[in-house]
Design a protein around this ligand. Structure first.
Ligand SMILES: [Zn+2]
Length: 401
């Protein structure tokens, strides 16, 4: 999936910059900057909360058609797709941006402009990406550029939060239009310098422990779900976590019980785990499930009567992955960034591109020096282990979902 088309591998970007067709395209993009900003504002002002992207999808369909693209349609999960044919009958390169925002439906979405500054919920993430799709399509036409591979433009659903990359995963999955794509490029947010080559994965869980419940005095001795949950949290806090690459575990929410004089019937918690390595996430998930099982068994053994039951529900799953920093696609991105006078920064983030990245090789990771990561000992920029060597990446703080 990450293999770039031949053209990217063998054609120096510098020579491309001297091509008059590219010069025309760049000149068009520069001259129509105000129109691109107008698109950005227009799509941003159509609300696209999680799982309700239809209105913005409809606007984007119209704009992709206006930009001269063909076969504009909406796929089974709500992604808006459009094609720009290539010269060769080969698999397409996907250029994507996401439709959804993190903002709930009641958020007032209006973009305010003060000089060069645009302010509004989602104006950058990913109003900018959507506007860039349109600008690229128009600029390629303005330069009369025919790419070798077709370009599949994709405005995806479900990139943020609980969306779990559902749009991108469908797109490159077995029944998606991009299942055999040669490359996947996601434009996510503003800025020119970041080239995301590592996909931060995550798994999220809701833990539930239930019991009969009763009066705190009359029924004392019953198994107590909150007491069991306390044991779960204590053991998760003490869990040794891999450091290469850094893997995190956060107990983020918890609750339960109905009254101060009642043994609760239920306790629950939500847990977030992140890593750039799926294997670490897999092992961390197993540890979470073991902790819940052990804590429930311990509380049942302590109690005089009443058995607790526990369940662990997975409520979030984003695959982790990595693109080789030396891959042609990444080299092309770095050279193109340098060609416009900006130093590229390889970085780690969670984006639609996670869905298309190969899994990172974690099996050859050397043993960690210390088992538990601490904020003090985690160096920015962090180092990540992939494909047999360490590579420095920027600290993953910019995109936190
Ligand atoms: Zn985004």
């Amino acid at each position: 999936m990450s293999t770039p088309p031949e053209t990217l591998r063998h054609r120096p970007v510098v020579r491309l910059m001297d091509d008059p067709r590219l010069a025309s395209a760049v000149a068009h993009a520069t001259a129509t900057d105000e129109a691109t900003l107008a698109d950005q504002i227009a799509v941003t002002e159509v609300a696209a909360p999680p799982f309700a992207e239809e209105a913005r999808a409809a606007v984007m369909s119209g704009l992709l058609l206006e930009a001269g693209l063909t076969e504009v349609h909406t796929d089974a999960v709500g992604n808006v797709l459009a094609l720009r044919p290539g010269a060769a009958d080969v698999t397409p390169v996907i250029l994507s941006a996401h439709l959804d925002t993190v903002f709930p439906p009641e958020t007032r979405i209006a973009v305010r402009r003060a000089g060069d500054l645009l302010e509004g919920p989602g104006i950058s993430d990913d109003g900018r990406g959507l506007a860039v799709l349109l600008a690229v399509a128009r600029a390629l036409d303005a330069g009369a550029i025919t790419t070798r591979a077709p370009i599949l433009f994709a405005a995806t659903v479900g990139e943020e939060g609980a969306g779990d990359l559902r749009g991108a995963r469908h797109l490159v999955g077995p029944s998606g239009a991009g299942r055999d794509a040669a490359a996947f490029i996601s434009i996510d947010g503003a800025g020119l310098d970041r080239v995301v080559v590592y996909g931060l994965g995550s798994r999220r869980f809701r833990l539930r422990i239930r019991g009969p419940g009763g009066h705190s005095w009359l029924d004392w001795g019953l198994a107590n779900p909150i007491h069991a949950l306390g044991r779960v949290v204590a053991s998760l806090v003490a869990l040794p976590l891999p450091r290469e690459p850094v893997t995190t575990l956060t107990v983020a929410r918890w609750g339960g019980g109905t009254s101060v004089n009642a043994i609760p019937q239920e306790a629950w918690a939500e847990v977030d785990c992140r890593s750039a390595c799926d294997e670490h996430l897999e092992r961390t998930e197993a540890a979470v499930r073991d902790a819940v099982g052990a804590a429930t068994a311990a509380e049942n053994a302590r109690a005089e009567r009443g058995a607790l039951e526990a369940e662990v529900e997975r409520i979030g799953l984003r695959p982790a992955g990595a693109t080789d920093p030396e891959a042609g696609l990444v080299r092309a991105a770095r050279l193109a960034t340098e060609a416009v006078g900006v130093d590229p920064v390889l970085s780690l983030s969670s984006t639609d591109a996670n869905a298309a990245m190969p899994a990172m090789l974690c099996t050859t990771i050397p043993p960690a020096k210390s088992s538990t990561p601490s904020l003090a000992s985690r160096p920015p920029p962090q180092t990540i282990w992939t494909n047999g060597k360490y590579t420095k990446v920027s600290h993953p703080t910019r995109k936190i979902r």
